[in-house]
Write a protein that binds this ligand. Structure first.
Ligand code: AMP
Length: 289
C-alpha cells in the first residue's frame, strides 16, 4: 500500500468521469468505497477511517437514493448539507467524493432492478416495500461506477448488510464487503442522520432503544435462551416511557433473517420503532456464552 494518496480531495459528479478515474486508479491503486446518503456523522466517518486503512484511494459517495424511499417516506425532508459533509470528508483524507444528481444515476428509461429475494421479506422489508430492491440496485450501480476493490458498510443497517453480501455472492461481484460495528452516542443511541429529526424530549426517549438491546444481551448472558421471553423483556424496556411505537422486535438467524425460537449459537436481535414521526432501527448480535 502506498502512503502518497492525494491531499486534494476531488468531487466528481458524472458517471463517465468517475468510471474513467476509477479505471486509471485501478492500474496501480486499491480503491476503498463508502456509499452514504450524506448528512454525515461519526458513524459514517468511522467507516471512512476504516476505508483509509484498507486501500490507497478512498471514494465516498453522497447520494440520497430516491428509489429506496416509499411514497409516504421522508425523501423530501431527508437532511442534506454538502458543504458540511465535504469539510468533514476532507479532514478524514478522503480522495474523491462521488456526488451525482438523480438524473445522472437514473436516466430517462431506467428500468433494471436488483431483487434480493427472501432476505427482503423480513424485518424492515415487511413495511418498507421495495426498499431493499432500491438499495441493492443503487449499490450495484455504484459498484459499477466506482469500481472499488472493497466497500465498507455499517452493521447498524444489519439487513442492508446481509442484502449486499448476498447480492455480491449471487452476482459474483468482485468487491470485498467489509462490515463495521455500530457507532453510538454516549447514552447508547445508534448514530443516524435521522436522529436530527428528534425533539429534545424524543431524543431522551430514544436511549431506551439501545437500553432494550443491552437488556436482551444481559438475559442471554445469564442463560436465557427463549426468544419470546427475551422479546417480551425488550418490549417492556421500550414501553418504560410513552411515545415509542414498536414496529417490530425480532430475533432471527444471522444469515437468513428468519425468526428463531431459541438462541443456539448466534442470533440477531433487530428492533424498529417510531418516536413521533421518526423511524429508528437498531440491532445487536446475541451470542450464547
Ligand atoms: P446512510 O447514509 O444512512 O445510507 O449510511 C451509510 C453507511 O453508513 C451505511 O453503511 C450505514 O450502515 C453506515 N452507518 C450509518 N449509521 C452508522 C452508525 N451509527 N455506525 C456505523 N455505521 C453506520
Amino acid at each position: 500500500m502506498t502512503a502518497n494518496h492525494s491531499t486534494n480531495m476531488r468531487t466528481i459528479r458524472t458517471v463517465s468521469e468517475m468510471q474513467a478515474t476509477a479505471d486509471e486508479l485501478r492500474k496501480d491503486r486499491r480503491i476503498a468505497f463508502v456509499p452514504t446518503m450524506g448528512y454525515l456523522h461519526e458513524g459514517h466517518l468511522a467507516l471512512v477511517r476504516k476505508a483509509r486503512e484498507l486501500a490507497d484511494v478512498v471514494v465516498v459517495s453522497i447520494f440520497v437514493n430516491p428509489i429506496q424511499f416509499g411514497p409516504t417516506e421522508d425523501l423530501a425532508r431527508y437532511p442534506r448539507d454538502f458543504d458540511r459533509d465535504a469539510a468533514l470528508l476532507e479532514k478524514e483524507r478522503t480522495d474523491i467524493i462521488f456526488y451525482p444528481n438523480d438524473g445522472e444515476m437514473y436516466e430517462k428509461g431506467f428500468t433494471t432492478y436488483v431483487e434480493v429475494r427472501k432476505l427482503e421479506d423480513h424485518l424492515c422489508g415487511k413495511t418498507r416495500l421495495g426498499h431493499f430492491t432500491g438499495v441493492a440496485t443503487v449499490v450495484a450501480k455504484l459498484f459499477n461506477i466506482v469500481k472499488p476493490h472493497c466497500a465498507v458498510f455499517g452493521q447498524k443497517d444489519y439487513q442492508q448488510l446481509m442484502v449486499i453480501e448476498r447480492m455480491v455472492k449471487d452476482l459474483n461481484m468482485d468487491v470485498e464487503i467489509v462490515p463495521y460495528p455500530t457507532v453510538r452516542e454516549p447514552d447508547g443511541l445508534a448514530m443516524s442522520s435521522r436522529n436530527t429529526y428528534l425533539s429534545d424530549i424524543e431524543r431522551k426517549k430514544a436511549r431506551l432503544i439501545s437500553a432494550s438491546l443491552r437488556k436482551a444481551e444481559e438475559m442471554v448472558g445469564s442463560g436465557e435462551r427463549n426468544t419470546d421471553t427475551i422479546r417480551r423483556a425488550v418490549d417492556d424496556v421500550l414501553h418504560q416511557e410513552d411515545g415509542i411505537d414498536v414496529e417490530y422486535i425480532n430475533i432471527c438467524d444471522t444469515g437468513t433473517l428468519e425468526d428463531v425460537p431459541v438462541i443456539a449459537g448466534r442470533a440477531v436481535l433487530a428492533v424498529a420503532c417510531r418516536i413521533g414521526k421518526t423511524r429508528l432501527i437498531d440491532n445487536t448480535i446475541l451470542t450464547e456464552a
